[in-house]
Structure formats: C-alpha cells, structure tokens
Write a protein that binds this ligand. Structure first.
Ligand SMILES: C[S@@+](CC[C@H](N)C(=O)[O-])C[C@H]1O[C@@H](n2cnc3c(N)ncnc32)[C@H](O)[C@@H]1O
Length: 282
C-alpha cells in the first residue's frame, strides 16, 4: 500500500520555495565548499529553516568538508531549533579532489588526506549545533533519537544503501520527516531508486532537484522486517530493472524518464555491479 502527502504538503513542495531564497540568506554557510548544486544548497537550507519544526535531529550522511552540513546548520540556527545536526563522513580527500574542489574555493593547499581538521574549522560558526561522526557510516550506531531531516550522499554501494536504511530509517517521524536522496537519479547508483521503490509503502516523493536529488516524505517508519524485504544488495539485475521501471512510473510527474533510461543502460553495461565507482559509462 502506498500513501500520499496531504494536499498542503504537496502544494508546498510543488512551489519549490527554496528556488527563491537569496544566496546571502545562507550567511557564512554559503562560503563553505560543497559539491551540491546551487538548487540543492537552497533546498538543504530551506528544509532546515522552513520545513523542519525542531522535532528531531538533522542527519547529513556524506558531508565531505562540511558544505551540506553548513547549509543545514545555518537553517537550523535561523529557525532557532535545538536538536543537533549530525554529520557523517570518512573526512578524507585525495590530492585530486583537494585540487578540484577545495583550493579553487579558497582553501590553502595542505598535505595529507585528512580533512577532519578542515571540516571542524569550516563548521566552527555552528560549533554548538553540529556533531561530527568521523569514520565509516556503517560502523556507527544511531541513538534512536527521532530524525527530522535525513540527507544521504553516501549510498555508494547497494550494501551501503541497505546499511544506511537499517541504521537511520527506523528513527524517521511518520508524516513529518523528509529523506533527501542526493544520488537518486545518478546512473552509477541505480539501487537508490530501487530501494525507495521497494519502500514505497513508507515514502512518497515530494520533489526533485538538479543534480540528481529526490526528496521523500516518510509516511511510515520502516521496521526491520520491511527493511529486510526492501534490501537491494543481492538483488539480481532483473529485479533491479523491475524496481527502476516502477520507480519511473511513480516519478513520472517530475519528467525524469531520460535519467531512468540512463540507469537502465548502466545496469546493462555493468551486469551484477553494485559499487558506484566501478561502474563504466553506458
Ligand atoms: C559526494 S560527497 C558529499 C558532498 C557533500 N555533501 C558536500 O556538500 O560537499 C560524498 C561523501 O560521502 C563520503 N562517504 C561515502 N561513503 C561513505 C561511508 N560509507 N562512510 C563514511 N563516509 C562516506 C565520502 O567520504 C564523501 O565525502
């Protein structure tokens, strides 16, 4: 069984109010280096400032140097909500990534791959509001505290997507929590769309946003049995393709058929592959 958002929620997201937020509204958060698109940055800020009610934590999975976390934390600060923004990452960056993303954003060149000190420094303006969780997300334990906004940019394998769902989805608040799947339309990660389709009884799509983002309202927090049934790791390609076709139909109103076609082609070009970085272009 699938649920629908109430008409007011649907209308609010359909209006995409984050697109009208001025860049300087994000204050110092707008200067923290990020891989997010302009639209995604505004969306994150809006979700924290205007959508969230302070009913639970904000959890940012895959924060890199803190760019996404800063937009969320500034939104939370401006809203005056107390629950923390929890940011998870390995906090490492290759020399190539540093040269491509950090130095052009004004970060002075530095040795080594550890970016935890940099993230701490960049996130200092939100010190009391942000908690960093360095390491593998899959190795962490969530406290069980309610989660109001969950942003996911770390489901880089089918196994990681399953583990993230198992750790964090049970703490979502039905009718109030949103999940931002930042790689939903990414051709290298077709299991993300498949996973959300397999959990269609618990989530309804609310919005899409360039680059590859889709936003979902949680209508029911999945329990362990539901999550086990929805697991994507070990799912054969035929199952993945069937889930993608169902997801394409569910997302039809957002006009992203070409993205689903690319995901299908990527599966055909990479049979059995379930790790994003190993995908070859279709
Ligand atoms: C695309 S980047 C995130 C970009 C970030 N949200 C921003 O605003 O710039 C993905 C991040 O996820 C992290 N990541 C991926 N898989 C992870 C895992 N299993 N555990 C911890 N971090 C992970 C990577 O280290 C990387 O920094």
């Amino acid at each position: 069984m699938t649920a629908a958002p109430d008409p007011e929620t649907r209308a609010r997201f359909d209006a995409a109010p984050w697109d009208r937020i001025a860049r300087d509204a994000m204050g110092p958060a707008g200067t923290v280096p990020t891989m997010l698109s302009e639209a995604e940055q505004r969306l994150y800020f809006w979700l924290a400032r205007d959508w969230a009610q302070g009913a639970g934590a904000i959890v940012d999975l895959g924060c890199f140097a803190g760019g996404s976390t800063a937009r969320l934390a500034e939104g939370r600060r401006q809203a005056g909500h107390a629950p923390h923004v929890h940011a998870y990452d390995r906090f490492t960056a290759s020399d190539r990534l540093k040269a491509r993303l950090l130095y052009p954003a004004g970060i002075a060149p530095f040795d080594g791959q550890d970016i935890l000190p940099l993230a701490r420094r960049l996130l200092a303006p939100w010190d009391g509001l942000v908690r960093l969780h360095p390491g593998e997300i899959e190795d962490d334990l969530w406290t069980g505290q309610p989660i109001e906004v969950l942003t996911i940019d770390a489901a880089k394998s089918a196994g990681a997507a399953d583990a993230i769902a198992g750790l964090f989805f049970p703490s979502l608040i039905p009718g109030a929590s949103v999940v931002v799947q930042q790689d939903y339309f990414h051709w290298r990660q077709p299991w993300v769309a498949a996973q959300m389709e397999r959990l269609a009884e618990c989530f309804v799509p609310l919005a899409v946003c360039p680059g590859a983002t889709a936003v979902f309202l949680c209508t029911r927090a999945p329990d362990a049995a539901t999550l086990a049934r929805a697991a994507c790791d070990g799912l054969p390609d035929a199952g993945l393709l069937a889930d993608l076709d169902a997801a394409r139909r569910r997302m039809a109103r957002f006009g992203r058929d070409a993205r689903f076609a690319r995901m299908r082609a990527a599966i055909a070009a990479n049979p059995g592959e379930r790790v994003a970085w190993r995908f070859r272009k279709p």
